[in-house]
Structure formats: C-alpha cells, structure tokens
Design a binder for this molecule. Structure first.
Ligand code: AVJ
Length: 324
C-alpha cells in the first residue's frame, strides 16, 4: 500500500481524467499548439517508451546505464552507506539496482504520481533487495513531499536519472530542483545529496536521429498521444493527417517533438472544434540538452552545489552529484 492511499488522478462522472482534458483543450486552443509531454505515458505510451530505450539511435538509456554500472566505486566513496535513497519517479528495473548495489542504502523511497507504476516497481525492487526497507509514496514530486516517518532520521540521497529534468523549461526545472531540496530536508538543516542524469549537447544529426529512429518507434510514441486523445476525450483527430517530427532548436538547446498537420484538418475533442492548417504543428515535447556549464548553472540556480560529474566513454550523457 501507499503512504497516503489517496488516488491523485481526479476523474469526472464519465471517468475522464480532468487534468488531461484541461491540458489538451487549453493546449489545442493556444497558438502555437502544445500539449505537455507527461500525457505520453498511458499504458501503450509507457510500453513504447520502453521500446525506444532499446532502439539503436536512442543512446541516453544505454549511456546512463553504463555510467551507473561503472562508477559504483566512486558512488560508494562519495555517497557512502546508510542513506535513504529517494527516487523521483518509480524507478527503472535496471538503473536503480545499480545505484543501490553500489552504496548499500538504509532505505529506498520511490515517489511517483502513478500508484500503479509505483507498486509494481517497489515490489520488484523489494524482491531484489530482501533486507532493504522500501517505502513507496504516491505523490506529485513537483511540490514538496512529506517523507515517511520511518526515514525521517536518515541522511538522504535524491536520485533523478533519465534526464527527465530535460523535459522541463528552465524555470520549471529550477522549481523542481528547489522542491527536491525541500522534500529532502535541506531547509531543516539536513545535508542531502542529489544524483541526477542530464543529457549532453552534441551533433544535431545524432540528436535528431535519437528522436526519430528508423524503425519508427519514436514516431509511434508521439502519434500515440492522438490515439489517447481520441479514446479518452471523445476525439475525432484523423491520425493520417499528422506526421512525427523531431527538430533541434539550437537557440534553446533542445530537441522538440511535434505532430505536423500534413493537410488542412478539422476535428473535435470533448465537444470542442479545432482546425489546423497544413504545416501547423502540435508541440508535444521538449528534451533539453546541457553542456557541463549549463548543467552546473541549472543545479546552482536550483540550490544545489555540484560536487562531481561523470560521463560515459563516448561523452554522450552526464550524471552529476550535488549537495544542498
Ligand atoms: C524520458 C524524458 C528522458 O526526453 O529523451 C524519448 C522521453 N521522448 N524519446 C527523453 C523521450 C522521445 C525521454 N525522457
């Protein structure tokens, strides 16, 4: 069970996720059109993301896993045993064990807004580390979260792999880093640490291929948002009028994913009518990329002092350790 037992998803009488409808209607009503990336992850979207992590062009997962798997000695030395590891997100079956094996923690606290993912991954981890207390918390970690009493007295390590921070525009990323400090007790005098994955700026061709793989898995992941809108919000969006696009925005140092209308199109969502002209897009994701300096500056702006930085052998991805 979770610590709150409260379902965080609010639904109307018809079972529609209210926040999803609000974000989609607002996002389609604005110019340019944009829908937050968090709505990719329904069951099919989560399955497609797992497949993305296995396609050849998508290097981030492999590169970060290489770092976590090869720097265990450094983690043991700089982080040490006995901490409560607070993971922001449900945890991956591969990355999280690499960290836990390296540092011998006193407890593991995964935080996630989705109770289902949380319970699954907490159970899997518990089975892998039989002696380790696991305290899943169903919560929105964009705000300060109260941790379970059982870990109150333990020193904390925040863990935020995957370069998920890159999905946020800088001001939101800074808000999140500050919320993490508060969640981990920095304002109460504790000295938490944070281990965070941040993807690196590189050749734009390599980046665009990573977000537009030849097999079309990322395209299917992007297009699945339309399927989800049609299913959950009574949408009539013709999928055949849209194409996947990944573009490198050099000014803002980010990959943007868009759904491009390939012809003039009109459709309804939740009883509201929308039109798009050929070439117009729905902006569906930002994935910010960092240099060593911008990564460090972002952490500092969020109240974290960088201590150490690791990259994979090909210098594609970075993992940073910082203190509050
Ligand atoms: C899960 C946010 C790290 O931005 O690389 C992968 C999501 N989108 N391919 C990323 C994603 C398209 C991914 N993150």
């Amino acid at each position: 069970t979770t610590d709150t037992g409260i379902a965080l998803v609010e639904r109307d009488e018809e079972g529609v996720d209210k926040a999803f409808r609000k974000d989609v209607l607002a996002g389609l009503g604005q110019a340019p059109k944009a829908i937050p990336a968090r709505w990719f992850y329904d069951e099919e979207g989560s399955r497609l993301f797992e497949r993305i992590t296995q396609v050849g062009e998508y290097y981030p997962t492999r590169a970060e896993t290489e770092i976590l798997g090869s720097r265990g000695g450094d983690f043991a030395e700089l982080i040490g045993p006995g901490r409560a590891v607070v993971e922001f997100g449900s945890g991956s079956s591969v990355k999280t064990p690499l960290l836990l094996e390296a540092i011998d923690p006193a407890a593991y606290v995964p935080l996630d807004i989705s109770g289902d993912f949380l319970r699954e991954s907490a159970a899997a981890l518990g089975a892998k580390f039989p002696g380790l207390p696991v305290h899943p918390v169903e919560a929105d970690f964009m705000r300060r979260v109260s941790l379970p009493d059982a870990v109150a007295a333990l020193p904390k390590l925040g863990f935020f792999p995957g370069s998920t921070i890159g999905n946020m525009v800088p001001r939101t990323a800074v808000d999140l880093l500050r919320s993490m400090r508060a969640t981990l007790g920095a304002d109460e005098g504790a000295s938490p640490l944070l281990l965070i994955g941040m993807d690196l700026v590189k050749d734009s061709g390599v980046l665009e291929s990573a977000y537009d793989d030849a097999e079309g898995v990322t395209a299917a992941f992007n297009m699945n948002l339309l399927t989800r809108i049609n299913r959950e919000l009574a949408g009539t969006i013709p999928a055949d009028a849209f194409a996947h696009e990944a573009r490198w925005n050099d000014d803002l140092a980010r990959i943007e994913m868009h759904l491009v209308a390939t012809r003039d199109v009109a459709f309804e969502v939740s009883g509201e009518r929308f039109t798009m002209q050929r070439g117009e897009t729905i902006h569906t994701e930002n994935s910010h990329k960092f240099t060593p300096r911008t990564a460090s500056l972002l952490l500092l702006a969020g109240g974290w002092t960088p201590l150490e930085r690791w990259t994979d052998a090909k210098d594609q991805f970075s993992v940073l350790l910082a203190r509050a």
